[in-house]
Write a protein that binds this ligand. Structure first.
Ligand code: FES
Length: 92
């Protein structure tokens, strides 16, 4: 079954992505581009994704990633310490 008409993403594609280790809906979108154009497929895509996670025995990570856990590239970037920048001396 085609889930996303815009990007021709099928339920099989979603199951395959989950089997290959994609356990976050945003990562699924990065990988397949599902629900990233018109958005009409979003509800169906999320439902198929959750079913796929259940079928593969993994819990789906929250769809909305706050980026603070460090568990992915986005989170790692968010939790990385800011580079040290010297404060410019003020003229007396
Ligand atoms: S049908 Fe999936 S983004 Fe349009």
């Amino acid at each position: 079954m085609i889930v996303c008409l815009c990007h021709r993403v099928s339920d099989r594609d979603i199951h395959r992505a989950v089997a290959d280790g994609t356990h976050n809906f945003e990562h699924l979108q990065d990988r397949t581009r599902v629900a990233s154009n018109c958005g009409n497929c979003l509800d169906c895509a999320q439902m198929v994704f959750e079913e796929a996670c259940a079928d593969h025995g993994v819990g789906a990570a929250p769809a909305a990633c706050a980026g603070g856990c460090g568990g992915c590239a986005r989170g790692a970037a968010a939790t990385a310490p800011a580079p040290w920048v010297p404060v410019a001396r003020q003229a007396a």
